[in-house]
Ligand binder design. Structure first.
Ligand SMILES: Cc1cc2nc3c(=O)[nH]c(=O)nc-3n(C[C@H](O)[C@H](O)[C@H](O)COP(=O)(O)OP(=O)(O)OC[C@H]3O[C@@H](n4cnc5c(N)ncnc54)[C@H](O)[C@@H]3O)c2cc1C
Length: 293
């Protein structure tokens, strides 16, 4: 049976129909007309995995690979911009991401296997909602640009994840700010799984931290994710650390605060409490290395 939308009768095809929009406006128009019966497809790695696990493909797939303007990494005045359709493999190898965006390279390298990284995109990883690159991008204070209906919007990634993320949003790019404000910077990313590699994460943690000349923290971003839980910034812990020098006492207090603020869901094999302790141990141990620097 056809559905009546805006005077047009939309009939669901018996096999999945694949659309190849040439512009972002065309892509969002197709999606907005068909809502849940359509999905964007970039690398297709997650959609393929979900299909194998029993989730049927939607009736309409909207291919994004013709939107080549968002398939490159480029330097802007204040940022490095990564197009949403850039593959994870390109992120791992691209020279512009070395230096301060090394975290994103480490995070991209922690996703799956080379075959998946060769096809899987950064936009698909964000849209996944629990992608392993998200904590690194939160720690790097990235902005995100997306199409909401027919408007192009840019906000911080953290704002987008908390308030603006919705199924129709077409992610176009992320911007990694160039920020070399303080004397000393420490940056850290780690994915912890139940074995060494090619495994869903139990906990993923990332920190970017700057110390001033007096040894006090003047900028810090702390991000964590726990398996199937959406990545979060630990803003109370960040606020606690601003203006402080890292001492062992300060790190002991931070440990308690991380356990209080990081609230992942329990998974069948791993409890919420276990993930909280892993995240707190990992982050305080990493920050302890920064005391001596
Ligand atoms: C074997 C295997 C292992 C994996 N391991 C990991 C892992 O360790 N860590 C991890 O994070 N992920 C993992 N994944 C999931 C997936 O491969 C990655 O998250 C990848 O980055 C998804 O990108 P994609 O382009 O293939 O997305 P697609 O499969 O094309 O799309 C994924 C979702 O995002 C939407 N989407 C895609 N692009 C956009 C866009 N630009 N704007 C809005 N929505 C969009 C799609 O509609 C769909 O809902 C794994 C997948 C497989 C098959």
């Amino acid at each position: 049976m056809g559905k009546e939308i805006g005077g047009e009768t939309l009939t669901e095809p018996s096999v999945t129909k694949v659309w190849k929009p040439a512009t972002v406006e065309e892509a969002t128009m197709i999606k907005n007309k068909r809502k849940q019966s359509a999905a964007y497809i970039a690398g297709g790695t997650l959609l393929q995995l979900q299909k194998e696990q029993g989730t049927p493909l939607p009736s309409h797939l909207i291919r994004l690979d013709q939107l080549t303007a968002f398939s490159k990494i480029q330097e802007k005045e204040d940022s490095v911009e990564v197009g949403a359709f850039v593959t994870l493999a390109e992120c791992v190898h691209h020279p512009l991401l070395e230096g301060q965006a090394r975290l994103l390279q480490e995070a991209a390298l922690a996703v799956a296997s080379p075959a998946v990284r060769n096809r899987g995109t950064i936009g698909g990883n964000i849209a996944y909602g629990i992608g392993d690159t998200i904590p690194a991008m939160l720690a790097l204070d990235c902005d995100i640009t997306w199409m909401d209906e027919d408007q192009k919007l840019t906000t911080s990634l953290w704002y987008f994840l908390q308030y603006a993320r919705k199924e129709e949003a077409l992610i176009l790019s992320i911007q990694i700010p160039k920020q070399f404000s303080s004397d000393k910077r420490y940056a850290f990313y780690q994915k912890v799984g139940r074995r060494e590699s090619f495994i869903p994460s139990l906990v993923t943690a990332s920190i970017v931290c700057d110390k001033n000349q007096r040894g006090e923290i003047d900028h810090i971003r702390i991000a964590a994710a726990g398996g199937s839980s959406q990545p979060v910034r630990l803003e109370n812990c960040e606020a606690f650390l601003i203006g402080r020098s890292l001492t062992n006492r300060c790190l002991d207090e931070l440990h308690e605060r991380i356990v209080d603020e990081f609230l992942p869901a329990s998974d069948p094999f791993v409890s919420k409490q276990y993930k909280q302790i892993v995240a707190a141990n990992l982050m305080t141990a990493e920050l302890a290395k920064f005391i001596e620097k």
